[in-house]
Ligand binder design. Structure first.
Ligand SMILES: [Zn+2]
Length: 318
């Protein structure tokens, strides 16, 4: 089966990572003349799909110059090593805090197994290939690279993770936001526009940092955000406001339940109710059951991340 792709503006192609389900995680190919950059990699299982999409657009593996995961969570970075192996001229561009995890992925694997469990891990991600150190470029804040004169500027955007950057493509005036600008699934689109909410996945969620990072992205006055979960959205202030409200509401739910026994489960179920209610308000035309099925995993992950954040707060205050 050919990969699911969407050709967008300015020679940007979305390739569905087929992570868990179609429509859940995206990767992007950006072409400039005879060169290509790959932003986000999906999992090891995604790599052949990206390479097939390149080939269908007349590009060889040799023409890939950069592989750019926004952060080292595995739905974004897991395929990086395999891509670097198969694209002999490509270099990995990564946040300085993420580089060592790409060179030696063992800690990353252990950390992800702690979240998902061993069995699910292998089905979801496959085997991780380490990236040779000499092919790694660390991109600190405001670092730039050029793809045939097309400039990508890297912005340190913590809040979801400390090893997270966002990639400003000056040519399209769009930003590849990874998980910093939240989650907005096309199949939950509503007549009132996209439904968007923050991801607070373990283990480095920080609400203040996330607010600041979102403001910083909006300050660029971009035309589009390219979300990993999932696809292109217009960079409108209403969307940023909706996203920032969700951060505050998640934090309030977590704080209200901080003393509740089994707080992770309680927070997860309240987040799921909150999201479904938000979709209802926006008159989403999916059934409530479909919305719940689709969002249950994100509600669980958000609750786990909020629990880690509460633990950190409690430690700081002790
Ligand atoms: Zn993600």
């Amino acid at each position: 089966m050919p990969p699911r792709t969407i050709d967008l503006n300015d020679n940007i192609t979305l390739v569905d990572a087929e992570y868990q389900y179609p429509g859940l995680a995206a990767t992007y190919i950006v072409r400039e003349g005879d060169a290509a950059a790959i932003i986000e990699t999906g999992t090891t299982h995604t790599v052949p799909m990206i390479l097939a999409a390149l080939e269908a657009r007349g590009l060889s593996n040799e023409q890939v110059q950069y592989v750019i995961p926004t952060h080292v969570h595995l739905d974004h970075a897991c395929g990086a090593g395999a891509l670097i192996e198969q694209c002999p001229n490509a270099r990995l561009v990564i946040h300085p805090r993420g580089a060592r995890h790409m060179i030696d992925p063992s800690k990353l694997v252990a950390g992800t197994i702690a979240v998902y469990g061993e069995e699910k891990f292998h089905a979801l991600y496959g085997d991780l290939v380490p990236v040779p150190e000499e092919r790694v470029i660390e991109a600190p804040d405001n670092f730039e690279i050029s793809l045939n004169q097309r400039i990508f500027r890297f912005l340190d955007t913590p809040g979801h993770a400390l090893h997270h950057f966002s990639v400003h493509d000056l040519e399209s005036n769009g930003v590849f936001t990874g998980d910093t600008f939240g989650l907005s699934y096309p199949n939950l689109k509503t007549p009132a526009g996209p439904f968007i909410f923050a991801t607070t996945t373990p283990v480095q969620f920080d609400p203040e940092q996330l607010h600041a990072s979102i403001d910083r992205l909006m300050d660029l006055k971009p035309d589009y955000f390219y979300l990993t979960h999932f696809g292109r959205v217009e960079a409108r202030q209403e969307l940023a406001d909706q996203l920032k409200t969700s951060i505050d509401d998640f934090v309030n739910i977590a704080l209200q339940e901080k003393k509740t026994p089994n707080r992770v489960q309680v927070i997860a179920s309240r987040i799921l109710d909150y999201l479904v209610a938000g979709l209802e308000t926006m008159e989403c035309n999916c059934s409530e059951d479909d919305c719940r099925d689709w969002l249950a995993m994100d509600a669980d992950l958000n609750a786990q991340g909020l629990d880690v954040w509460l633990n950190r707060l409690e430690k700081q205050r002790a």
